[in-house]
Write a protein that binds this ligand. Structure first.
Ligand code: CA
Length: 219
């Protein structure tokens, strides 16, 4: 899955990006509030990690504007401002969660998974259809009662398709959800990924809609 990391501190940003990539996330990292705003406008993020003290535009302003535009992307605020009022302000402005620096990386990724699950409207961690379910907690797919492990990219692909079963996603939309900025994406990367998924899930699990994209059956 793709995350937007908004952090102006080089050292924190670099180590977070590295750790998140190691945990299977695709990370787009921006260092000021203006760029955070444009990246959010482009959309496609499963989750946003937002520092509050930022150049150009404060994190609270980025948050306020995103929510005012109706953007419901889960946002976890990460900040050294640990006062009670700051926490309440961030949550009131529409943050889904709040972590005070310094924090344990494992807690951050657990909170990221939790806000993504909540956005997906799943009380439990399963999304999808009766035939094909994705476990957001373990990152496994359940097909015909059997669990299969997924690579980070396979997981991002299925997550995009199973959020709205039946909806067609174009190649561009899928690439946007699976790969981060600056990642080399070959022209047939999505096809190769889907070919592999069909071997795992069966030939009809992901259908091609000629000229438009791919979808999973709604039920
Ligand atoms: Ca900062």
């Amino acid at each position: 899955m793709r995350t937007l990391l908004v952090e102006d501190d080089e050292m924190i940003g670099r180590s977070l990006r590295q750790a998140l990539e190691g945990a299977g996330w695709s990370v787009d990292w921006v260092r000021d509030g203006g760029l955070a705003q444009s990246a959010l406008d482009d959309g496609g993020y499963a989750c946003v990690l937002l520092d509050l003290g930022l150049p150009e535009r404060d994190g609270t302003d980025v948050l306020r504007r995103a929510r005012a535009r109706g953007d419901v992307t889960p946002i976890v605020v990460l900040t050294a401002r640990g006062g009670l009022e700051d926490r309440i302000d961030a949550l009131d402005l529409g943050a889904d969660d709040y972590l005070q620096k310094p924090f344990a990386f494992r807690e951050l990724t657990a909170r990221m998974r939790a806000v993504v699950r909540r956005r997906d409207g799943a009380a439990q961690s399963l999304i999808g259809t009766p035939a094909l379910q994705l476990d957001l907690g373990t990152r496994e797919v359940l097909v015909a009662g059997a669990r299969e492990a997924l690579t980070a990219r396979e997981f991002a692909l299925l997550h995009a398709l199973l959020e709205r079963p039946g909806a067609i996603l174009s190649r561009e939309q899928l690439e946007h959800r699976i790969y981060g900025w600056g990642e080399e994406v070959s022209s047939n990367a999505v096809d190769v990924l889907i070919y592999g998924m069909r071997r795992k899930l069966g030939p009809d699990a992901i259908r091609n809609v000629r000229g438009l994209g791919w979808r999973v059956a709604a039920a």
